[in-house]
Ligand binder design. Structure first.
Ligand code: 9MR
Length: 382
């Protein structure tokens, strides 16, 4: 017995070790969103500079294990990439693209032309006055051509124009629109295509489920096509709430865009768990509201009931995407973990929101497993 005891303990230890080793491997596979969704659509996430430079190692592990597509949350916007005319800052963007290539990720670029986050020099002359139409077109052309050609063949698709249409279907009265007219959109698509003929080109917007905006986007898609320009997809940003839009409204938008003959991309998905001041709050970053304590109810964590409701809502959205995967080419989360989400500061600064698939401790929310399990069950039924 004296001899047997150490042998038995060794066997037991080995059994426990191999069991936990198997379990660990099994879990990694089990929790891979990209594996589960691989026949449906690309699953992506936006990266901030801490991700890009490898500082947030826990988030990076999630990115490489769970996602197969990336977009830069901020560093390719014109105010960062061309802060002064003719002086481009490519360090962050270069690193982002390099990271994507090293990890075999589908890389998309965000965003070339946007009314927001465009540096003032873009629109003004040395006296501070608005530039002429010709000058603005030239600046737009130079910006697009420089950025797109730098990543030719490496960035696979571009958000060419972002948020040019309002909810009622009218044009946003941006500087681009005021100075150039609605042509600024077709010119932007033309310049992007000339710089990289193989890149996919997208129009991207929020509140994309509003009937007025939706129909105007379809009109835009048709008019670009009529002009012989390339447009591959409509990016539905997907900054959504717990009770807006309804699944029917969202489905109708997916159907409508798809019927216009373009791919549907869900490009910036997050679902706020917090009360919203308005149903159509969307993502216009100028529309912020003053902080109110009663609008920030979950500073110490989500109550179970709200957490279940949030997981249910996100699950229903993913079910909708999976059921429409013949129309949807990519679903991209607007960030990796809750702690980094822009929603903590929008539409009110300083709140604690819970809009993403991974929590502040980098833990996957229950819906992640549910999505994976749902697909596993479907596959094994076939
Ligand atoms: O998430 C982005 C946030 O960190 C920036 O401060 C903000 C302004 O550049 O932009 C946020 O991302 C926006 C995206 O680029 C376009 N659609 C709306 C997004 C949320 O504002």
């Amino acid at each position: 017995m004296k001899v047997l005891t150490p042998i038995l303990s060794l066997c037991l230890a080995f059994a426990i070790f191999s069991c936990s080793a198997n379990k660990k491997e099994y879990e990694v596979k089990e929790t891979s969103l990209k594996e589960a969704l691989k026949d449906k659509f690309l699953i992506g996430t936006a990266l901030n500079t801490n991700h890009i430079w490898g500082k947030d190692t826990a988030a990076i592990k999630i990115v490489t294990e769970q996602f197969n597509s990336i977009v830069a949350e901020n560093c390719m916007k014109s105010m960062y990439i061309q802060p002064t005319e003719g002086e481009f800052y490519f360090k962050d963007a270069d690193k982002f693209v390099e990271y994507g290539e090293q990890n075999n990720l589908y890389i998309t670029g965000h965003t070339l032309i946007w009314h927001s986050q465009t540096p003032d020099w873009f629109f003004t002359d040395d006296k501070g006055k608005d530039v002429s139409r010709e000058v603005l077109i030239e600046r737009m052309k130079n910006h697009i051509k420089t950025v797109v050609s730098r990543y030719k063949g490496r960035i696979k698709g571009w958000d060419v124009v972002n948020e040019a249409i309002l909810e009622d279907g009218s044009w946003r009265n941006s500087k681009f629109y005021k100075i150039i007219g609605e042509d600024f959109i077709s010119l932007a698509f033309q310049f992007a295509h000339e710089a990289d003929p193989d890149a996919e080109l997208y129009y991207n917007d929020y509140n994309e489920w509003h009937a007025g905006k939706r129909d105007a986007i379809v009109k835009l898609v048709n008019s670009l096509k009529e002009k012989g320009l390339r447009i591959d997809g409509v990016g539905m940003q997907g900054h959504l709430g717990m009770d807006y839009p309804s699944l029917d409204e969202y489905r109708a938008a997916i159907d409508t865009y798809s019927s216009a003959g373009v791919k549907v991309l869900i490009t910036e998905l997050d679902v706020s768990a917090l009360p919203s001041p308005r149903r159509d709050i969307g993502a216009n970053i100028a529309d912020t509201e003053a902080y109110r304590q009663e609008m920030n109810p979950y500073t110490n964590g989500l109550p179970d009931s709200i957490s279940s409701a949030w997981n249910k809502r996100m699950g229903e959205l993913f079910n909708l995407f999976i059921d429409n995967s013949d129309k949807i080419a990519r679903v991209t989360m607007w960030g990796v973990t809750d702690g980094d989400s822009w929603k903590n500061n929008y539409p009110m600064p300083g709140r604690t929101d819970y809009p993403l698939l991974f929590d502040r401790q980098y833990k996957a929310k229950p819906v992640v497993k549910e999505i994976i399990n749902k697909l596993k069950v479907k596959k094994s039924k076939k």
